[in-house]
Design a protein around this ligand. Structure first.
Ligand SMILES: C[S@@+](CC[C@H](N)C(=O)[O-])C[C@H]1O[C@@H](n2cnc3c(N)ncnc32)[C@H](O)[C@@H]1O
Length: 269
């Protein structure tokens, strides 16, 4: 078992969590939902603010969903959302995927959305998820691939941002291009039946370019990503301000377009 917690690159600044809280199970877990049924027990690893977890709970009610995350702060937000929706078949617990004490085969399905890209040992995490799922149950993961992001109009400040993002995640021993590795990681974790799919977010479409660009302007300056970039010597504050300005200008362009590629892997245990 690893002796360290993962360093979550984004951190839980409000600029980050606000973006995550827009996610839904209908979109983010579309590849998993056909495999869920009422009465099932589901684990949501790295559940964040819980906006996807509540949708999973609705899909399996009266079955139970357990959301785990390293951060108590974001779990409080998830608990508040569940209470607001009147859902009683889910609970949120502080937990590290590498240090869970749930028994083998105690879930029908396990899910992790945009989590493996932040872990120092994604194959170990998948092995653990496989252990927790009953035979014939499934493990579903979805991750983006930062090198496959595309945008228009071109801007050297956004180019600098994606290069810096790779440097910061490497510093954190994480993999920003996780999407392309999911199939191999699944197989290395012992899954023989792995079903792959892909999907994209477009801005506009999934959300507005304004919301996405302005969120990243703020994240560059105020989130854990920016703090790590400066503390590790990978960027100066001035460089982050330059990147943030680039995102603000890009977001204000009425023709702005951004594409995010996601890969989904569903492994049958
Ligand atoms: C990008 S967020 C995704 C949140 C949510 N799944 C979503 O898509 O909205 C990744 C989450 O994984 C959590 N996380 C990182 N490492 C973890 C670990 N080892 N065990 C459990 N959660 C972890 C972080 O705290 C963060 O909330």
């Amino acid at each position: 078992m690893p002796d360290r917690l993962d360093t979550y690159t984004h951190g839980h600044h409000q600029s980050v969590v606000t973006q995550h809280a827009k996610r839904t199970a209908g979109e983010a877990a579309r590849f998993l939902l056909p495999h869920l049924a009422p009465g099932m027990r589901v684990l949501d690893v790295g559940c964040g603010p819980g906006s996807i977890t509540v949708g999973l709970a609705e899909a399996v009610a009266p079955g139970e969903v357990v959301g785990i995350d390293l951060s108590e702060d974001v779990l409080d937000q998830a608990r508040a959302l569940a209470a607001e929706k009147g859902l009683t078949n889910l609970r949120f617990e502080k937990g590290d995927i590498f240090q869970l004490d749930q028994p083998d085969a105690s879930f029908d399905a396990a899910y992790a959305h945009q989590v493996l890209q932040h872990l120092h040992d994604p194959v170990g995490a998948l092995r653990e998820m496989r252990r927790l799922v009953r035979r014939g149950g499934c493990v579903g993961v979805r991750d983006s691939d930062y090198s496959a992001f595309r945008w228009d109009p071109p801007d050297e400040r956004l180019d600098a941002w994606v290069a810096l993002y790779h440097q910061v995640t490497r510093h954190n021993k994480a993999e920003a291009d996780a999407g392309r590795f999911l199939y191999g990681w699944m197989r290395q974790a012992g899954f023989e039946d792995v079903r792959m799919s892909g999907s994209v977010w477009t801005f506009p479409g999934y959300d507005t370019p304004e919301a996405w660009g302005n969120s990243w302007a703020e994240r560059a300056l105020n989130s854990q990503f920016g703090a790590t970039a400066v503390e590790s010597g990978l960027a100066t504050r001035e460089r982050l301000e330059w990147i943030a300005e680039g995102f603000r200008e890009w977001a204000a362009n009425p023709d702005a377009f951004f594409l995010i590629v996601h890969v989904e892997a569903l492994g049958i245990a």
